[in-house]
Design a protein. Structure first.
Lengths: 249, 249
DNA sequence: GCATTCCATCTGGTATACAAGAAGCTTGCA
DNA sequence: TGCAAGCTTCTTGTATACCAGATGGAATGC
């Protein structure tokens, strides 16, 4: 009884670490283009924004730095790491390698994991029932990461997840075009079908084509989107300026 | 002139970050089995050892934690992450996938990077001239990492380097056996030869066999070495205890 | 008017103080 | 002697103070 109460109390009082919260929020801001690649900011800015002290803020920034999202310059502030399309292309290639390896292993399995069937169910739906929500990009990411996870190598899955997440910031932009969405449904369904039939080489070829298409498409539209985000950002800043001036009078 | 002086001064006065120093030293201690997997320690211990404050110590520990070398338990201290052979096996598999991909790309190149020739020079030496130094494990790691780097994908090379480094802690143990050293020279030379001849499939097969052999061998001897290290550690602790007792009298 | 120098200010790196949970020891009791 | 409650101590998480380098602008010399 005492134990139950105490553990209950614990689960209530154990608040999540502030550093984790700041980390997640900052990452979300970067993904939502509230912080645009190239933006400069200081630790004090983040402290003010999140009402936390520098210690957890610094921990969060260091994690983001290690993951490639931000950079610090010695006593000259932090910066959201600018887009480097060469890096993204390389990450796409890493994905190809890892996912093809996963497919090879999955096709060699006598008894495939049940998640394969679930994925098959999800992506093999008629055209008229397909969602066109932007959140479909999360489902897309889930498709790829759970394929790799299903292959059974947890370390490889972890690496692949990190890579996918880094790509995700621009990958989502691919899901603004209806034609690409339709293609994604079709291609995912076809890949899963080939895996279930254990046509390893063919499934790998499909996956390579699928990823390459995504890579090429994203490259085309990213520059445009980035430009739009920057415009919105500047407009917002002007608005703030007007308000400040009005208050000043 | 002033600029030259000031930049000179800068390069002198810019001392390396304490956090980096602590990070490197701690990692070295873990690799040298001064800190044994499973060992328990607190941030205060590290502070005392390195005469640094908690801030850089914590940064170092957090980096090591993200890289999988240590773990923290909420308000109950840190511990060196115990060996998990399943993880090592998985990391070996990741290496196989990445290195085979690199080989495939290298073999597809019309003009291969010059580093390939350098590696060929290094490993194709007569039996009687071969070094048996333990530092050969560094050369071995260099062989594999520069192969991947030569394939041209910097992100993939970075991931591969991290994986290789995590394995290195036990991989070195493989270089205590003369037969394994000889095999390494032979196999490296053969792999490079196949790459230069652009026999992609064959080179990949050789690499898979090579890595698998290393993996299997290391697994055999790691438990033994770990046992030895623990014995040495305890003997050292006893010694300290004796000294302390003598001082006490 | 222009360049240069110097200083106030801002930055991240480090040290330290404080908070609160976890663990182990001590003490009291049965 | 066994055991349990409570308290002391030790732990990490967080906040804050201090330091030195970097920066930008104002003041100064030409």
């Amino acid at each position: 009884m005492n134990q139950r109460l105490s553990s209950l109390h614990k689960s209530h009082s154990r608040r999540p670490r502030l550093a984790d919260h700041v980390y997640a929020k900052l990452k979300k801001m970067i993904f939502d283009f509230e912080l645009i690649p190239g933006d400069h900011f200081s630790e004090a800015d983040v402290v003010e924004r999140f009402e936390a002290s520098r210690t957890p803020v610094r921990e969060a920034l260091q994690r983001l730095q290690r993951e490639g999202y931000v950079e610090v310059r010695f006593r000259s502030g932090w910066q959201v790491r600018p887009f480097d399309f060469e890096v993204f292309e390389q990450l796409y290639d890493v994905r190809m390698v890892l996912e093809c390896s996963a497919i090879e292993r999955l096709c060699a399995m006598k008894r495939q994991p049940t998640v394969i069937e679930e994925l098959s169910e999800f992506w093999r739906i008629p055209v008229e029932k397909r969602s066109h929500d932007i959140r479909l990009s999360d489902d897309d990411q889930y498709f790829h990461t759970s394929l790799v996870a299903a292959a059974g190598n947890a370390e490889m899955a972890s690496i692949h997840r990190d890579v996918s997440e880094r790509i995700h910031i621009i990958r989502r932009l691919d899901f603004t075009q209806a034609s690409r969405i339709e293609a994604t449904f079709d291609e995912h369904a076809e890949i899963i079908h080939a895996i279930r039939k254990q046509h390893g080489e063919y499934a790998q070829q499909l996956m390579r084509t699928h990823i390459a298409a995504s890579r090429d498409e994203v490259r085309k539209i990213t520059l445009h989107m980035l430009h739009e985000a920057r415009k919105r950002h500047e407009a917002h800043e002007d608005e703030e300026l007007v308000k400040a001036n009005n208050r000043g009078r």
